[in-house]
Design a protein around this ligand. Sequence first.
Ligand code: BGC
Length: 324
Amino acid sequence: MNYNIFKLKNNFITATFTDYGARILSLVVYGKDVLFGFENINGYIENADGYHGAVCGRFANRIKDGKFCLNGKTYQLNKNSSGQHLHGGLNGFDKKIWDSKLNEDSITFSYISQNGEENYPGSFNVSITYTLDENRLRLDYKYYSDKDTIANITNHAYFNLDGDNNSILDHKLMINADFYTPIDEHIIPTGEILKVNNSLFDFRELKPIRENFDKFSDTEQFKFASGIDHNFVLNKMEDCDCVLLGTKSGIKMTIKTDRQGLQVYTGNFMNNLKGKNGLVYDKHSAIALETQLFPASTSFAHFTDPVIKKGKIYKSYTVLEFDK
Ligand code: BGC
């Protein structure tokens, strides 16, 4: 496979990327690489089902039975995860070599997904620009299609802000979300939108993730996912949407996005992965915070609208800010 590696560096952040899946490979802040990943590209190929650092699409997260209806027509997408369509299907954006353009403080990856790819309608043009701006990494997505289609694009980086492989449960987390979307036993949203009050999902104040795990590990929602693998409905009224704090390193990441959903995945299925820097990754040793539309939003009219209108340009952004 013909892939390339790129580096961006300023006084605060050193980051490497590859055009294979438009991935972030490493993110060094305050002397620590806070991103999980592998020693070489083969690690990413062998552990493809982890989507480490990759851009996921055309539709990130799950679509029930891989089926959706658009303009009166039903489409059957490829199924790649227990009968569901997950993160774009069998050969999603994470497995493509994207075009690249390196600038002084940014890199843009772009990709054209052909009409019919994974059975999606429309030729779909997508780009992501990663920009370093002092202590911030900015992700700007842009996409359009020549036919009506659906899309949900995200980045699937896993963070451990202590730069080690110890449990992420000791990190502190705050999510500006009063509601979340519960799941069924297949990790598909049921369509309900419930209050986080007094539940596994109440992170309205910064607190150790462990606190909620200890209290709510015997609940159905916890058991369905072996932890958190849920969409949070962002309040969108605050300056920031989410804060993650590495309690040993003191490194704090603040997330701001224009997306309405945050898929929080506490690495529940990670098991004995041979990662970079000699680290072995196990269950709950990192967390993915995926800014996106609600999963399965193709199934529920009251969820975020995933429809992309022919010819219209769509943009979205996420900013990760690092402090200590
Ligand atoms: C999903 C998980 C999945 C993980 C890795 C997350 O976005 O919600 O269910 O296991 O990605 O594929």
